[in-house]
Design a protein around this ligand. Structure first.
Ligand code: NAP
Length: 274
């Protein structure tokens, strides 16, 4: 992977569309204090980091209520919403429209920017999920379609099944300490022009205690979170998702998009084992 050219940028293309989106976004899973999270997300949007990921499965739907509160304070077009939908909602392509409309109502918006099913694990036939996704997009309820946690074979199958839409984004775990997708998914995304939204980029805090990452951070007068995020967004086609419900962490993490690690330091990070 170290042979692939670095791709530092503050925004990256969304799939093969003409749009570019911020290279750092924030998820809404595992939130403990929703009041604090609301302030944190508003801060992120103010800083131009407006990609927010939400799911009907997070906190029994409370993350959707959080989006509603955020949307009461900012304009809809100031936020780029990525919605990770439970596959069961897509099990009936007609009912899926009504069910998704109810979720949009709960968030107080008429559309999301990207809808992505969370890996189906063969529970729902792929062609049914694809039909439901295209129905939702055709109704104008989602601008684009993405996928979360699918295998490359499944992604290829889905690309062949789609009739009117393309896949613009694939969400997958990726961090400086978990680089499995460098072997296959990142090269696949580069070849097919799909954006990868890397999640769990801080390994839920584990990267912050890694001695090698701490050492590189001190060299740049930065923090381990900034180094770990910078490592991820240096990769071609990859944007990063993290989670923080603290304004100070959002401000700290936002500085990662301007941190440019040298090739030598990226190579050192490439040597780390999970
Ligand atoms: N895990 C998955 O399998 C998965 C799958 C699909 C999507 N996602 C999405 O990806 C998002 C992010 O992934 P994740 O939640 O698994 O983990 P993560 O981003 O690797 O880590 C989040 C943790 O790091 C802390 N943190 C953030 N910035 C920090 C900083 N500057 N200094 C110290 N601590 C910091 C957060 O605490 P504070 O909130 O206190 O800052 C939180 O405890 C999720 O919220 C979810 O929306 C995850």
């Amino acid at each position: 992977m170290s042979s692939i050219a670095l791709n530092y940028a503050n925004k990256k293309p969304l799939g093969k569309t003409n749009e570019s989106i911020a290279v750092l976004g924030f998820g809404t899973h595992n939130i403990k204090d929703f009041t604090s999270a609301e302030k944190a997300l508003i801060k992120a949007i103010e800083l131009g980091l407006n990609v927010i990921e939400v799911s009907d499965s997070y906190a029994l739907g409370l993350s959707m209520d959080l989006i509603k509160k955020v949307l009461a304070k900012v304009k809809r077009d100031e936020v780029f919403i990525v919605f990770r939908i439970s596959p069961i909602i897509l099990s009936d392509p007609i009912n899926a429209i009504t069910k998704f409309e109810q979720m949009l109502k709960r968030m107080s918006t008429s559309f999301v920017d990207v809808i992505m099913p969370a890996g189906s694990a063969d529970l729902i036939p792929l062609n049914i999920e694809v039909k439901a996704l295209e129905n939702i997009a055709s109704k104008g309820l989602a601008r684009y379609i993405g996928l979360s946690g699918f295998t490359i074979k499944q992604i290829n199958d889905i690309l062949h099944m789609l009739q009117k839409y393309d896949i613009v984004m694939i969400q997958s775990r990726y961090s400086v300490l978990n680089r499995k997708i460098e072997k296959d998914l990142i090269p696949f995304a580069i070849k097919t022009g799909i954006t990868i939204q890397a999640c769990t980029t801080l390994e839920k805090g584990v990267v912050l205690r890694n001695p090698a990452i701490l050492q590189i951070a001190s060299k740049y007068n930065s923090t381990p979170a900034q180094v770990a995020l910078s490592f991820v967004i240096a990769k071609p086609n990859v944007i990063a998702l993290t989670k923080s419900e603290k304004v100070e962490h959002i401000v700290e993490n936002s500085k990662a998009i301007d941190l440019r690690l040298s090739k030598e330091d990226l190579d050192k990070l490439n040597m780390l084992q999970s």
